[in-house]
Design a protein around this ligand. Structure first.
Ligand code: PLP
Length: 319
């Protein structure tokens, strides 16, 4: 990366500019000399690998202007994607709900293979598949794939667990079925409200959020699926509620069944989560994070946590 930050030093000094204030000009330095460059690999649908530093998206791309598009985050582990077909199927479902042309899943699979092979590192990473409506001026949808390291925040939460606030999603649980334009269950690019909810929780001293509907149904986290233990079973929210149909919870429940842990898909209210024997947030990147407290009330430390961590490929001794 070669962004020059010489002026940033002036600002940090209180502004004024070295030359004008009589001090020597601060030499322009490459940002790479002060901030470690985050490695990433980028590929464009139909074109293959591209320079990850090169501009990619047009200024009039509707994904950028309106968040109009969809995406997937896929786990990469030791050079292989995890549950790629389930993610591609969900990408196709999101595109259909957005009335975008049906994505060519073979082309996406090929692109995913190219960027993951070029990544070439052991351990975990995240592959993002991004599909937008394309330029406002007309043309074909924009599709690209990018592999980056996992965000430190979610990796930390695997080990530490999370303190969670319940926040309203702002609509009743039965509204989205009658209001498809709300795009409930679509992994649309417009995650600004989800990120704002997390910032709100952080400002209140929590780490993450569980959304509820205005009629009191438990929904999901801004970037996760809710899982809890009750009555000797592992539970999650049915995808008939206005939530994203999570891939990780499917993977978790399949693995739990082989461990002899019964699973159930049941609607819930906050009282159910407060009464639960264990509570977790699960998603592609975090895999699983134990909820330590919910709205300030401590949650039980479930003996299932290490088993569930192992079921999702974590060591199982960190929470
Ligand atoms: N719900 C929302 C709103 C999400 O953004 C995510 C993942 O990012 C999930 C649930 C979990 O889905 P998955 O397990 O497929 O990552």
């Amino acid at each position: 990366m070669s962004v020059s930050i010489g002026r940033a030093r002036d600002a940090a000094d209180g502004g004024g500019g070295g030359g004008r204030a009589g001090r020597p000009e601060v030499p322009l330095v490459s940002i790479s000399t002060v901030i470690p460059v985050t490695r990433r690999v980028v590929g464009v649908l139909g074109a293959g690998l591209v320079d990850p530093e090169a501009p990619l998206v047009r200024a009039d791309d509707l994904g950028l202007l309106r968040g109009d598009g969809c995406f997937e985050s896929v786990l990469v582990r030791d050079g292989a994607t995890v549950w790629l077909d389930a993610h591609l199927a969900r990408l196709a479902g999101s595109a259909a709900r957005l009335e975008l042309p049906a994505p060519d899943l073979d082309a996406w699979r090929t692109l995913a293979g190219q960027v993951v092979a070029a990544w070439g590192r052991p351990g975990e990473a995240v592959l993002r598949l991004v599909l937008t409506r394309g330029p406002e001026a007309g043309g074909t949808p924009t599709g690209f794939a990018m592999v980056t390291p996992l965000p430190g925040r979610v990796v930390r939460h695997r080990a530490t667990g999370v303190h969670v606030l319940a926040l309203t999603r702002g609509f009743p649980s039965d509204l989205p079925a009658a209001a498809p334009w709300l795009l409930a269950g679509v992994k649309a690019l417009s995650y600004a409200t989800n990120m704002a909810a997390i910032r709100h929780a952080e400002a209140k001293g929590a780490d993450d959020v569980i959304f509820t509907s205005t009629d009191g149904h438990v929904l999901e986290g801004p970037t996760s699926t809710v899982v809890w233990a009750a009555g000797g079973s592992l539970h999650t929210i049915p995808p008939t509620e206005p939530i994203l149909d999570g891939v990780t919870v499917r993977e978790l429940f399949a693995a739990a069944a082989t461990e002899g842990i019964p699973t159930a898909v049941t609607p819930a209210r906050m009282a159910d989560l407060h009464a639960a024997d264990g509570l977790w947030l699960v998603s592609t990147m975090r895999r699983i994070a134990a909820v330590r407290s919910l709205d300030g009330r401590p949650c039980p430390d479930s003996p299932w946590t290490p088993t569930l961590q192992r079921a999702l490929g974590l060591r199982g001794d960190s929470a």
